[in-house]
Ligand binder design. Structure first.
Ligand code: ADP
Length: 257
């Protein structure tokens, strides 16, 4: 069938209401099924791009168009790393969707986490000619999953660096107020149009529809950030001025066990 089912009952009695509830459930199920189908097709598309790049390079080598030199190997490794990245992200989302994202909460020294993120992003920022700074205010001890925290902040900072032109700045500011950890990542980058802002948290959504991948991401970074933050009972939001930059804010309750 087309995945839909309906019960037609006349009247405003209990059975009528029951039928209405059933119909609502049924159309919700059809919607989910549509979503699943489009996800599978998106996933196929996302995996195809790096894979066809790899094949392209290898075929060009086989045909003698490209020399099997270190530059070729580097390109192949880059595409393979992107494939790995997409698959890891998909895995994280699948686990989160199944409600199985297990947090390993422990006492965390927040400035250490910020240091780890900036250290990991430093070479990307340098290569992009972007100044990366970090600062922290307040009680430094939090109760959270340090790896997931690092992953969430890392994704946001990586996006900020990738969407900021040379000479720009990305600043990571965190503060602890009343047991709530507030992390702000501000960039002086290209910004996001107001009508696009709610869409950036959708899976595979990108401003650049060409998906040329020169800014290489999986399109799953922000959906994952949202899952990680929500698993902590927190939230993520964004504000932006096109042409001037964006601010992404994570709010995470970090009170102890
Ligand atoms: P991607 O892998 O494409 O970075 P994300 O889910 O992390 O996927 O982000 C989705 C889209 O949101 C990006 O492709 C980009 O268009 C937009 N975006 C995210 N962060 C920023 C930012 N700091 N500045 C401008 N655009 C951004």
């Amino acid at each position: 069938g087309d995945g839909t089912a309906r019960v037609d009952v006349r009247g405003r009695d209990e059975i009528g209401r029951l039928a209405a509830a059933f119909n609502a459930m049924s159309s919700r199920r059809a919607q989910l099924e549509d979503l699943r189908k489009s996800m599978v097709s998106d996933v196929a598309h996302e995996l195809r791009t790096p894979l066809s790049n790899i094949r392209g390079w290898l075929e060009a080598t086989q045909d003698g168009i490209v020399a099997p030199d270190p530059a070729l190997v580097a390109s192949l490794l880059e595409e393979a790393a992107l494939l790995q990245h997409i698959i890891d992200d998909l895995q994280d989302l699948a686990v989160a969707d199944a409600g199985e994202l297990a947090l390993h909460k422990e006492p965390v020294h927040v400035p250490d986490v910020l240091d780890q993120v900036t250290t990991a992003q430093r070479s990307n920022a340098d290569a992009a000619g972007v100044r990366l700074t970090a600062g922290f205010d307040g009680e430094p001890e939090a109760y959270a999953d340090p790896m997931r925290l690092r992953q969430a902040i890392g994704n946001i900072v990586s996006n900020a660096v990738r969407h900021t032109p040379p000479g720009g700045e990305v600043s990571l500011r965190a503060r602890m107020t009343d047991g709530e950890l507030v992390i702000e990542v501000a960039d002086t980058g290209v910004g996001i149009a107001p009508e696009h802002l709610p869409l950036v948290f959708e899976r595979f959504w990108r401003v650049d529809k060409s998906r040329t991948r020169r800014t290489g991401g999986s399109g799953l970074g922000l959906p994952i950030v949202r899952k990680l933050v929500e698993a902590h009972g927190g939230s993520v939001s964004a504000t932006s001025t096109p042409g001037q930059g964006s601010v992404f804010t994570l709010r995470i309750p970090t009170t102890g066990p």
